[in-house]
Design a binder for this molecule. Structure first.
Ligand code: C2O
Ligand code: CU
Length: 546
């Protein structure tokens, strides 16, 4: 059943996992949070009531929110936070989204436990382009710390990086029986032989790209990031933080056996990470002996943890269901590097090289989030001093981005709040180039306010001299997404038409890198027509304080 009004009460609730109890932020005391169900094109109202002791904002990830950046959510980008004891009514406008998207908090690392799925259904007479499943299965992959997440972030910021490794991965909040004290804290999916299940999955982990598979059952992926794709049969999938996938599962195996599903990290580069595995159980109803944790069952095979060709083998097989939707002419090409950097500390007091700490940047600017007033309000009301408009169109210099030795001055970027202004209606091609500065890694880049076509993905350096690196481009049926992972020492090219006026955040969806400044903001100007302009602000916008 479908409601158009929701109340999300954010409060702290004790949860016990891995033999220890802590208080976590939840929506309506649920973890993962409640599922929102809408039809394509609906507008819903979500009253977010902050009854916790820290600030919160809410973001509707993958929802374009046409002309309505006021309800987009990123803290100090489109709004000031909802303070403890206050409320804000989000107006969430669905337009082009077809399948599964999600919502999550967008203030500091609060999204670690404040997140949930959004199921989008076709609006009749439209129907699904694939056979309707018998059942729907929400499947939220997550990451769990035994410590309070606030402490984890504080320490992460203070030390400049290292100790942020989570204690467990989770499936629908359950670590699974491979972890201590988790025998009965294991996700269990019971299926009926002969039926089809539609898994609606999100990777809600904070910092990990994941591999996932189910033993003896292949998955037919039918949608990615809220849009239909050509059905893709897979024995494992790769999913980055921020991404959603819809997959069909046929219950067609021997019903007397038990099958495990598993997720664990895909991780390259030189960093400490949570390399543990979360397990869930799949059993058939007829197999009445299939009691919770049994240790005799089939395990799936997952790719090796740093297998980049396995990770991108999956990503690059995703193609839009539709052809001929990509804008072929572009108005401008913006090229930006994304890098891990160093940042000097007072008296060289930090724990990194020469007393520095780690940072991150785009085009050599480490994004500084404003701390008193959001960029949207500053833009709308012409308030000066909150941001600059000088985000560079190109990297400060064209070098061998992925070479072993890099020009040293690039290691320490400028700290600034620079946005990129785009004229209404421009077709933008954005090339995002990974670099080997400090630590080459994969980065799942997410854009608010738009879906974009992933027209190119490549390893090494983007070739600027050839106008159109056509052999690596797909202008026929590229996937239409809101998050795309830039391969380690590689690049992606994405295209979108700037037909959504507003202030839109773009950032790495690994929260470590977002915290370090791998972010930019696009301001898309109003068009001429009244229906090409930002909607007026709601009157209950959370106030900003000095
Ligand atoms: Cu999923 Cu800026 O967010
Ligand atoms: Cu990143």
């Amino acid at each position: 059943c479908i409601a158009h009004r929701y109340t999300f009460t954010v409060r702290e609730v004790p949860y016990t996992k891995l033999c220890s109890t802590k208080t976590i932020l939840t929506v309506n005391s649920q973890f993962p949070g409640p599922v929102i169900k809408v039809h394509k094109g609906d507008t819903i109202y979500v009253n977010v009531r902050n009854r916790a002791s820290e600030n919160i904002t809410m973001h509707w990830h993958g929802v374009e929110q046409p002309r309505n950046p006021w309800s987009d959510g990123p803290e100090y980008i489109t709004q000031c936070p909802i303070r403890p004891g206050s409320d804000f009514m989000y107006k969430v406008i669905f337009s082009i989204e077809d399948t599964t998207v999600w919502w999550h908090a967008h203030s500091s690392w609060t999204r670690a436990t404040v997140h949930g799925l959004i199921f989008v259904y076709p609006r009749p007479p439209e129907s699904l382009p694939f056979p309707k499943a018998d059942h729907e299965v929400p499947l939220v992959l997550g990451e769990w710390w035994k410590r309070d997440v606030r402490e984890v972030v504080e320490e992460f910021i203070r030390t400049g990086g290292a100790p942020n490794v989570s204690d467990a991965l989770t499936i629908n909040g359950h670590p699974g029986f491979l972890y201590p004290c988790s025998k009965s804290d294991t996700f269990h999916l019971k299926v009926e032989k002969g039926k089809t299940y539609r898994i609606r999955m999100v990777n809600a982990a904070m910092n990990l790209i994941l591999f996932f598979a189910i033993a003896n059952h292949s998955l037919t992926v039918v949608a990615a990031d809220g849009h239909y794709i050509k059905p893709l049969k897979a024995t494992y999938i790769t999913i980055s933080p921020g991404e959603t996938l819809d997959m069909l599962l046929q219950a067609d195996q021997n019903p007397k056996r038990i099958y495990y599903m598993a997720a664990r990290a895909y991780q390259t580069g030189n960093i400490a990470f949570d390399n543990s595995t979360t397990i869930g159980i799949l059993s058939y109803f007829s197999s009445h002996k299939a009691k919770t944790p049994s240790f005799s069952g089939y395990y799936p095979t997952l790719p090796f943890y740093n297998d980049t060709s396995a990770a991108f083998g999956f990503f690059t097989k995703i193609k839009s269901l539709y052809s001929g939707q990509v804008p072929v002419q572009i108005s401008r090409r913006i090229i930006t590097t994304i890098s891990i950097n160093l940042r000097m500390c007072p008296q060289n007091s930090c724990e990194g090289p020469n007393g520095s700490r780690l940072a991150a940047s785009m085009n050599n600017i480490s994004f500084v989030t404003p701390s008193h007033m959001d960029i949207l309000k500053a833009y709308y009301y012409h308030i000066k001093g909150v941001y600059g408009t000088r985000f560079p169109e190109f990297p400060p210099l064209f070098f061998n981005f992925t070479a072993e030795n890099q020009p040293l001055f690039l290691e320490t970027p400028r700290l600034a709040t620079e946005v990129k202004v785009i004229e209404f209606g421009q077709v933008v091609e954005l090339v995002i180039q990974g670099t080997s500065l400090v630590n080459a890694l994969d980065h799942p880049m997410h854009l608010h306010g738009f879906s974009f076509f992933v027209v190119g993905v490549g390893f090494g350096n983007f070739n600027i001299s050839e106008g159109e690196p056509s052999s690596l481009y797909n202008l026929v049926d590229p996937p239409y997404k809101n998050t795309m992972t830039v391969p380690i020492n590689g690049w992606i090219a994405i295209r979108f038409q700037a037909n959504n006026p507003g202030v839109w955040f773009m950032h790495c969806h690994l929260d470590r890198h977002q915290t370090w400044g791998m972010n930019v903001v696009f301001i898309v100007k109003n068009g001429r027509e009244p229906n090409q302009q930002i909607l007026p602000p709601p009157d209950d916008l959370p106030p900003c304080y000095e």
